[in-house]
Ligand binder design. Structure first.
Ligand SMILES: Nc1ncnc2c1ncn2[C@@H]1O[C@H](COP(=O)(O)OP(=O)(O)OP(=O)(O)O)[C@@H](O)[C@H]1O
Length: 346
């Protein structure tokens, strides 16, 4: 598959203060990516550099073979063929929905603009609402108009900065799914910025984990979750904890039990930390570690138990909620990671 967006060694700063360093990633045709990371890590700065709102200090941005930013090159935003959707919709309040959508259609005849606006109203399921004003629409509908406006000139790339975060949980999941379908159907590659991990995982083909201006991993949601490249990424993506252990005869021995290592990265005697998710610590029949239930939290599909091992360590265990254990119960647990995630001891 061909790369359509290539970002190489991107560096950005504000007032001489570096905020994005050596960020490199690429997108293939029709691929959707998400930048995920804690507040202030540089997600919006990367997006603004792609859009051309911010100049870059170093590195290169190429879209369909056109250099948008590089040493001595800075294509202005209007020449980049990039659409943008913002958290606050940013619609023109004095223009109708149809006029908002038509806004970016420069050099197009009135007839062609009308046809394109009708196509887009139908694409975002707002047929019949073209003559309304933004304040006459719900938040979700306004964001669909913003999407239609961004898609109207058939951009080469769509950028979305927290596009669903002003909407309530159900609506944001629903709209995110719909927007993903629209982008896939139109074959438009996109980069989204969000704080919401579930949204990032559900929406994207690739997720980039940014921290302190550096890209720590660029990977599929599956790989990020099951093969995090560093303890930092592991700790940031989903819930889990680090359990220290020692390697003996191909087994990692810990106080929660032993795990067969599937990689040959470690040797006998190595001190290793195992990263486990709560659903990978499960009740066992006989062989396993003894623990006592300190707390329980019913979450619907699973119940999250806080366990204290006989070693004193506290661990979390997520168990199918139909198994109803009680605080104070003694339990035996074992480790069942499908693919053990290990790092050198801290
Ligand atoms: N216009 C600006 N002038 C100076 N510093 C800025 C400016 N915009 C952002 N910064 C700083 O750059 C860093 C990265 O900001 P950025 O907005 O890219 O982060 P972010 O990951 O998008 O954060 P959030 O998730 O909170 O929106 C932060 O430390 C921020 O304070």
């Amino acid at each position: 598959m061909d790369k359509v967006l290539e970002v190489k060694g991107l560096q950005c700063s504000y007032d001489g203060q570096p905020v994005v360093s050596e960020v490199s990633f690429h997108l293939h045709e029709g691929e959707i990516a998400c930048l995920l990371g804690p507040s202030g890590c540089g997600k919006t700065t990367v997006l603004r550099a792609l859009a051309g709102f911010n100049a870059v200090d170093g590195g290169e941005i190429e879209l369909y073979g056109r250099v948008l930013s590089a040493a001595g090159v800075h294509l202005p935003p209007e020449q980049r063929r990039i659409g943008m959707v913002f958290q606050d919709y940013a619609l023109f309040p004095h223009l109708t929905v149809a006029q908002n959508i038509a806004f970016g259609l420069k050099g197009v005849s009135r007839k062609d603009a009308d046809t394109r606006v009708s196509e887009l109203l139908s694409l975002v399921q707002l047929e019949g609402k073209g003559q309304r004003y933004p304040h006459e629409l719900s938040g979700g509908q306004q964001q669909r108009v913003a999407l239609a406006r961004a898609l109207a000139p058939r951009p080469d790339l769509l950028l979305m900065d927290e596009p669903f975060s002003n909407l309530d949980t159900d609506l944001r999941r629903h709209l995110a799914r719909e927007v993903r379908e629209i982008l896939k159907q139109q074959g438009i590659p996109a980069v989204l910025v969000t704080h919401d991990q579930e949204e990032a995982f559900a929406f994207s083909d690739k997720v980039g984990v940014l921290a302190e201006g550096r890209l720590h991993q660029w990977d599929s949601p599956y790989n990020l979750y099951y093969s995090p490249s560093s303890p930092r990424v592991a700790a940031f993506v989903g819930k889990g904890e680090f359990i220290p252990g020692t390697v003996r005869d191909g087994l990692l021995c810990t106080d929660v039990g032993n795990v067969m290592l599937t990689c040959n990265q470690w040797q006998d005697g190595d001190e290793v930390q195992l990263f486990v998710r709560p659903h990978e610590i499960v009740p066992a029949d006989a062989e396993g570690a003894q623990a006592q239930i300190l707390a329980k939290e019913f979450l619907g599909t699973t119940t999250l138990y806080t366990l204290q091992l006989s070693s004193g360590r506290l661990v979390s265990s997520a168990v199918d909620s139909h198994i109803d254990l009680q605080v104070g119960d003694a339990v035996t647990v074992s480790l069942q990671p499908p693919r053990p995630v290990t790092f050198a001891a801290a």
